[in-house]
Design a protein around this ligand. Structure first.
Ligand code: CU
Length: 219
């Protein structure tokens, strides 16, 4: 009995030692919009085949400010379970709502959250409330008082998630070798993008074309 336990411990140790080499790939990802131009603010998620061991991402604590009638940042990416604090620094009230973004379909009214955040005044900070993002997926932010306010939070259950920069570039690190799927999500997508199958073998550059047209380029 004891020998069996010892043996499995040795095997577990060997598996741990083998991890760094197999999990060390870095993917340099380039996401393109429908017109072939770089697509900024695209969320890229890497998913492993069902049944693969996936480390749980560590929740974080962060803030989305309401500033000059905007959500700052306009797109936040956080691991599932993270706590997001909404803080109003405008001198007037905001009535923030968050609901699952469902690619043009309306989400059930019961899902999501509503926050009444008083405006900041001299000698007094504005309203501030924390919401725990317990469910994976994109969340759309809006304001009942200011219809043009729009923002998004992408809640990820994969530890491999990243947002493209202004040049449509993103880096995914510590990716395991083997089969995987790369998924793109963008606030302005009209339909869910088809995931791309990849086989990771060490560092690589990946180009992802999408049918997404960001709003500022739409006519
Ligand atoms: Cu508002």
């Amino acid at each position: 009995m004891k020998a069996v336990v010892l043996q499995s411990l040795v095997m577990a140790a060997a598996a741990l030692l083998a991890l760094p080499a197999a999990w060390a790939a870095t993917l340099q990802i380039s996401v393109l919009a429908a017109d072939g131009q770089p697509l900024a603010d695209a969320v890229v998620v890497l998913e492993l085949p069902p049944g693969s061991p996936v480390p749980k991402p560590t929740p974080v604590r962060t803030t989305v400010q309401q500033e000059r009638l905007r959500f700052q940042p306009a797109l936040l990416v956080v691991p599932v379970g993270s706590a997001v604090r909404f803080t109003n620094i405008d001198p007037f009230d905001h009535h923030v709502r968050g609901r699952p973004a469902a690619d043009g379909l309306s989400a059930p009214a019961s899902a999501g959250f509503e926050l009444r955040l008083a405006g900041a005044a001299e000698g007094r900070t504005g309203g501030s409330q924390e919401v725990v993002m317990g469910q994976a997926g994109p969340v759309e932010l809006g304001c009942h008082l200011h219809s043009r306010m729009r923002g998004h939070i992408y809640v990820a259950d994969s530890p491999w998630v990243v947002k493209t920069d202004g040049n449509g570039q993103a880096i995914l690190g510590d990716v395991p070798d083997g089969a995987a799927r790369l998924k793109v999500w963008h606030p302005d997508q009209l339909v869910p993008a088809t995931p791309m199958a990849v086989t990771v073998r060490g560092d690589a550059a990946v180009r992802m074309s999408t049918g997404i047209t960001p709003r500022q380029r739409r006519r």
